[in-house]
Design a binder for this molecule. Structure first.
Ligand code: CTP
Ligand code: MG
Length: 240
């Protein structure tokens, strides 16, 4: 272990309090089963099996505490997981998870990982932990595979950024927890809402390291993603 990897504990906050509008399933997508197991049970279990992770905080809509207990925690042996109530948007839900970790020292590692990404691997998670330790903040990402267009408000394409500079962000997004505390406080004070977690750190001018993601680390969002996820679970990653 390198000096840069020394940290006093690691926690993961798993936001799962969204309303799954795009999935159109009439319920929280994370309770749907993929290859026979609920998405959220799969996601939590990956972190539970890693010795590097000391605490797991799942953020839920309070209306779903009972469903979580009955369909996830009890059947899949996850009753020791900490559960907190989420907020109106993802950033607020993550903030509620962060508040549950007030007793962790500033040099501890915090990971934030979407409940809807059950195909993440320990290798991807470890890479992100190392990036967070060394640089203070790190985002799991993959190089963009499509050409991305900047458009104007009238529906015209006005610019094409060089693809080499573009990455698609995934989770986990990791931090020395002290860095994230400062960034989250600043965002609250200024009313800033970011589309991901590291954007709160970027806007403070602090470094955010890119760590190696995977095309398999899909966020289950729309009905078609259920089919892709089933296929991926049927064909395990040869690198793991
Ligand atoms: N999330 C959350 N609290 C919210 C909104 C989102 O904890 N208020 C969580 C979701 O449950 C999900 C993750 O953040 O695990 C990523 O969000 P997304 O995939 O957009 O899920 P939803 O917001 O539920 O889906 P949609 O946007 O289609 O409604
Ligand atoms: Mg959403």
């Amino acid at each position: 272990m390198d000096d840069k990897d020394i940290y006093s504990g690691a926690a993961v906050v798993i936001p799962a309090a969204g309303s799954s509008v795009r999935m159109e399933a009439g319920r929280n997508k994370q309770f749907l089963k993929v290859s026979g197991v609920p998405i959220l049970a799969r996601t939590i279990s990956i972190f539970k099996e890693m010795p590097e992770i000391d605490r797991i905080i799942v953020v839920l809509n309070p209306d779903e505490f009972d469903v979580f207990r009955d369909e996830i925690a009890v059947p899949y042996g996850l009753t020791d997981i900490e559960v907190v109530a989420g907020g109106a948007d993802r950033q607020s839900s993550v903030y509620e998870g962060l508040r549950a970790l007030d007793d962790m020292p500033d040099d501890a590692v915090l990971l934030v990982h979407d409940g809807a990404r059950p195909l993440v691997t320990p290798a991807v998670i470890l890479d992100n932990i190392h990036g967070a330790c060394e640089f203070g903040a790190a985002v799991t990402a993959v190089p963009a595979s499509n050409t991305i267009k900047i458009t104007n408000s009238k529906g015209f394409s006005v610019q094409t950024p060089e693809r080499d500079t573009l990455y698609e962000a995934q989770t986990p997004q990791g931090f020395r927890i002290g860095v994230f505390r400062r960034a989250a406080e600043q965002a609250q004070k200024t009313g800033f809402t970011g589309t991901d977690d590291v954007s709160l750190v970027e806007r403070m001018g602090l470094p955010v390291r890119i760590t190696k993601g995977s095309r398999r680390n899909l966020k289950i969002t729309v009905p078609e993603d259920m089919i892709i996820a089933e296929a991926l679970f049927a064909q395990p990653d040869p690198k793991c």
